[in-house]
Design a protein around this ligand. Structure first.
Ligand SMILES: [Zn+2]
Ligand SMILES: [Zn+2]
Ligand SMILES: [Zn+2]
Length: 141
C-alpha cells in the first residue's frame, strides 16, 4: 500500500503538482478502496480520515488524476461513474450485461496492441482499461 501511494505521489510531483495534505488523503483513500470507488464513495472515505477535505476538492483531484492517467472512470448502467486505479498501467474487466457482475482478470493480452498503436498512431499510451461484456456463467445457466 505504501509503495502504491509513493508511486502515485511521485507521478504528481514529476508532473509539477504539489503534494498537498488533501491530495495525499485522497490518494490514501483511493488505495484503501482497492481502486474501485465512486467519487461520492471516495469523498466519504476521505472525510472520515480527514474532515478538512471537501467534496469539491475530491472531484477536482479525481479530474487531475484522470488527466495524468492514474485513474479511469467506468460507467455501468445509470449509476455514477466508478474510478479504477490504473497505477500499474492496465486493468481488465468481464462485465455481465444481464446481472452487471464485474469479474476481474489479470491475463494481459494487449501489450502487442499497445506497440501497434504506438507505431501506427504515434500515440503516447498511459495505460489501458479493457471491458469485455457478455453473459456470465450464472446468467447463461
Ligand atoms: Zn450475470
Ligand atoms: Zn477492476
Ligand atoms: Zn493489460
Amino acid at each position: 500500500m505504501a509503495d502504491r501511494i509513493a508511486h502515485l505521489s511521485n507521478t504528481l510531483l514529476d508532473n509539477g503538482y504539489r503534494l498537498t495534505r488533501a491530495r495525499l488523503s485522497i490518494l490514501d483513500g483511493l488505495v484503501a478502496s482497492e481502486g474501485h470507488v465512486s467519487a461520492d464513495g471516495l469523498a466519504d472515505i476521505v472525510h472520515e480520515s480527514d474532515p478538512m477535505v471537501g467534496r469539491m476538492t475530491v472531484y477536482r483531484t479525481l479530474d487531475l488524476l484522470t488527466e495524468l492517467g492514474l485513474i479511469r472512470p467506468v460507467y455501468q448502467g445509470s449509476a455514477a461513474a466508478h474510478y479504477i486505479l490504473m497505477d500499474d498501467g492496465h486493468h481488465h474487466h468481464l462485465v455481465c450485461s444481464a446481472c452487471n457482475q464485474v469479474i476481474e482478470f489479470d491475463q494481459c493480452v494487449l501489450r502487442g496492441i499497445e506497440q501497434i498503436v504506438k507505431d501506427h498512431y504515434q500515440f503516447e499510451i498511459q495505460g489501458h482499461l479493457l471491458e469485455i461484456y457478455g453473459r456470465c456463467v450464472d446468467c447463461r445457466a
